[in-house]
Design a protein around this ligand. Structure first.
Ligand code: IMP
Ligand code: MG
Length: 180
C-alpha cells in the first residue's frame, strides 16, 4: 500500500485527461506533415512518460517512428539549473539525413534543448523539430521556441508525469505543483 505519511499535497495543474486530449492533438499535428524516416528522440530523464504516451499517440495517428534516447544533464540538483549541459548517455543511432523530433518535458531556460538541437544538427540530420509537454516562456535564457507544445506553463516548479524534484514524484499520472 502507498505510504502517504510523508507525502505533501500536490495540486493538479494538468490532469491525466487534459494531457491525453492534448497528446491526440499534437500527434495529429505531427502526422499532418507526413514526416518520412522519422526518429523520435526523448531527452531523458524527465521526458520518458510524455514520450511513451506520445509515440503511442503517433501510432494512433498513423506514424511509425523509430525511437532513440539522449540523456542530458543540466546539473540540476534541486530546483535551480546551473546553465551547463553535458551528455550523460549518447544516442545509439545515426541521425544523418533523418527527420528528428526532440521530445522534452519542460522548455525552461532553453539551454537543454538548444544544446540537443545543435548536437543533432552537427551530425547531419535532415530536419530537427522540438516537441515539449510544457513551455515556460517567462524563464527563457536562450532564443528557442518549440515546434510543438502541449501546454504553456506559468513559472512554477512542477512535478509528476515523469518530472521530479530530487528523484521523487515521477510516477504521478498528472502534472502538479507541491503545496508546502
Ligand atoms: P532548461 O535547460 O532550463 O530549459 O531546462 C529544462 C530541463 O529542466 C527540463 O528538461 C526539466 O528536466 C528540468 N525542469 C525545468 N523546469 C522544471 C520543473 O518545473 N520541474 C521539473 N523539472 C524541470
Ligand atoms: Mg528534462
Amino acid at each position: 500500500m502507498r505510504d502517504t505519511s510523508q507525502t505533501p499535497t500536490i495540486e493538479t495543474i494538468y490532469s491525466a485527461e487534459d494531457i491525453r486530449v492534448r497528446l491526440q492533438v499534437l500527434a495529429t499535428e505531427i502526422a499532418a506533415k507526413q514526416p518520412k524516416n522519422l526518429l523520435v528522440v526523448p531527452v531523458l530523464k524527465g521526458s520518458f512518460v510524455f514520450a511513451a504516451d506520445l509515440i503511442r499517440a503517433l501510432y494512433g495517428a498513423g506514424l511509425a517512428p523509430e525511437v532513440d534516447f539522449l540523456t542530458l544533464s543540466s546539473y540540476r540538483k534541486s530546483r535551480v539549473s546551473s546553465g551547463q549541459v553535458s551528455i550523460l548517455r549518447d544516442l545509439d543511432l545515426d541521425v544523418q539525413n533523418r527527420h528528428v523530433i526532440l521530445i522534452d518535458d519542460v522548455l525552461d531556460s532553453g539551454r537543454t534543448l538548444a544544446f540537443a538541437k545543435d548536437l543533432i544538427a552537427a551530425r547531419g540530420a535532415e530536419s530537427i523539430e522540438t516537441c515539449v509537454l510544457l513551455d515556460k516562456k517567462a524563464t527563457r535564457a536562450v532564443s528557442i521556441e518549440p515546434d510543438y507544445c502541449a501546454f504553456e506553463c506559468p513559472d512554477v516548479f512542477v512535478v509528476g508525469y515523469g518530472m521530479d524534484v530530487a528523484h521523487r514524484y515521477r510516477e504521478l499520472p498528472f502534472v502538479g505543483r507541491i503545496v508546502d
